[in-house]
Design a protein around this ligand. Sequence first.
Ligand SMILES: Cc1cc2nc3c(=O)[nH]c(=O)nc-3n(C[C@H](O)[C@H](O)[C@H](O)COP(=O)(O)OP(=O)(O)OC[C@H]3O[C@@H](n4cnc5c(N)ncnc54)[C@H](O)[C@@H]3O)c2cc1C
Length: 383
Amino acid sequence: MLITHEHEELRRTTRNFIEKEVNPFVAEWEAAGIFPARELFRKMGNLGLLGITKPEAWGGINLDFSYEVVFAEEMGSALCGSIPMAVGVQTNMCTPALALHGSDELRAEFLAPAISGDRIGSIAVSEPGAGSDVAGITTAARKDGGDYLINGSKMWITNATQADFFCVLANTGNGHKHHNKSLIIVPAGTPGLSVGTRLKKMGMRSSDTAQVFFDHVRVPQRFRIGEEGMGFTYQMEQFQEERLFAAAIVIKTLENCINSTIDYTRERSVYGKPLLNKQVIQFQLAEMQVETEALRALVYQATETYVKGDNVTKLASMAKLKAGRLCRSVPDQCLQFWGGMGYMEESLINRLCRDMRLAAIGGGADEVMLAIIAKMMGIMPPE
Ligand SMILES: Cc1cc2nc3c(=O)[nH]c(=O)nc-3n(C[C@H](O)[C@H](O)[C@H](O)COP(=O)(O)OP(=O)(O)OC[C@H]3O[C@@H](n4cnc5c(N)ncnc54)[C@H](O)[C@@H]3O)c2cc1C
């Protein structure tokens, strides 16, 4: 992936934003269990950061996906996982299908304000009984005159308590499970829609996660994205951007784990010498840096493939898997070198370790990525 002057400019803008508007407040937001999405997204909208690849007609900048990846990478310099994840939901999880397949009316109403930061979005796919098995969802949207009546519930929804709209995957027919679903935009505040209280989590504490309930929620059929019955296909397409973004955001966070551990072990004296003098620690840190560079190379290769317009499913799944694996090993190995201080909630490595554990589970668990890769290698039969 060729990094141009324009990529570097975007990097600089994003890094400045993180250093000025995010990092000084992370501890406060983590303690509060929520961050001010509305205020932060408006600032990002003003900088053009929420519509990098989106069409100019709706306020985007219309750049190719390599710019989104550079943006994601730089978002990873945040001192927590919550803010990059919440932003990723807005830019690359709840809006790609809307941008690509939504009607002009729908894009004017929901995409344009998502790009300007005036409306906060959520992606509502997972359910209490269906996470990995997306096709197994039971939330249903039945036609009633010119409307849909939606019943069901969604689980673990990021940004839910602050969202203005939800991009909901629901069953709109009785046919085959891959052809009976639609993506529907449901505005917050629609009668019958309710959001549960913020769920208490191991990590990602400043990100609000909640259950969303649909009890005879009525929305006009024009709120459906694209064709009826195409929701599963659109969601699978949308997942590719989500997974590339998710893999790209952890690169700098992994480097943050490594670099903060170098700083800590250089300062920490054991038996009268800096801990970092131990070769076993130097070698492990060097190995982690190599693995992180390998992830960056894989993300860049997948991005080039996506920008060319080729099928990126296998490479995006590989990048997501590699990211998930490293997010389990690197923060944990680093925390070990922080000793008792690493076990303290207040230490940076402790927060990053807790936050990054999600990467191997959310947006498609490691095993789901392995199943996709194995199928695409032709060594696992399709269902
Ligand atoms: C903090 C947080 C934020 C989230 N945000 C959102 C959001 O905004 N929107 C949304 O829709 N969802 C969201 N999710 C849900 C997330 O995407 C799911 O948790 C994830 O897809 C896994 O689904 P599950 O939890 O139901 O696990 P299950 O499907 O019950 O799977 C449990 C475990 O089984 C294993 N497994 C699964 N499939 C296979 C297989 N084929 N072979 C072998 N092993 C397998 C994996 O190890 C997996 O972790 C969020 C979750 C969390 C925790």
